[in-house]
Ligand binder design. Structure first.
Ligand code: HEC
Length: 129
């Protein structure tokens, strides 16, 4: 008898603990969201882009959002959402002046990332002021 009396309160305590554990990992959007920061590493963007302004194989992402980008064809473009999305989904659509054309596409194939992955990466780039 005494054993059972003890067992019930412990079970009751465990339920909210389990619920808390199950909920705390979720993004507010409910989608199985992977953050842009983790995609940066997972999709190997990290091997060619820095997020701290230092030079690499490709342009740094720090301060990229809404900056004016000089393209190899002599035109300029504002790095807005549309430009960033295009640069990720079709890496060879435009080439940044001073960088190797077609290089990103050797690793990131056109349309190889999902819409939600592109959204997350663009959000991450936006956060790198
Ligand atoms: C193999 C090296 C390489 C990898 C891997 C790579 N990139 Fe790039 N990326 C480049 C180079 C080089 C450029 C500049 C030339 C060009 O515009 O194609 C570039 C340009 C860009 C630009 C435009 C930058 C600007 O200053 O206008 C964006 C945005 C971008 N990459 C996003 C990504 C994302 C997101 C990933 C990962 C999913 C990625 N890149 C992976 C090499 C790479």
């Amino acid at each position: 008898m005494r054993q059972r009396a003890c067992f019930i309160p412990i079970t009751l305590l465990l339920i909210p603990a389990l619920l808390l554990g199950a909920c705390s990992g979720n993004e507010p959007t409910g989608a199985p969201a992977t953050s842009g920061e983790s995609l940066y590493a997972e999709k190997s963007c990290v091997s060619c882009h820095t997020v701290d302004g230092s030079a690499s194989v490709g342009p740094t992402w720090k301060g990229l959002y809404l900056s004016t980008v000089e393209l190899a064809d002599g035109t300029t473009v504002t790095a807005d959402d549309a430009y960033l999305r295009e640069s990720i989904l079709r890496p060879s659509a435009k080439t940044v002046e001073g960088y190797s054309p077609g290089l990103m596409e050797t690793v990131i194939k056109p349309d190889s990332l999902s819409e939600s992955e592109v959204d997350a990466l663009v959000d991450y780039i936006k956060s790198l002021k």
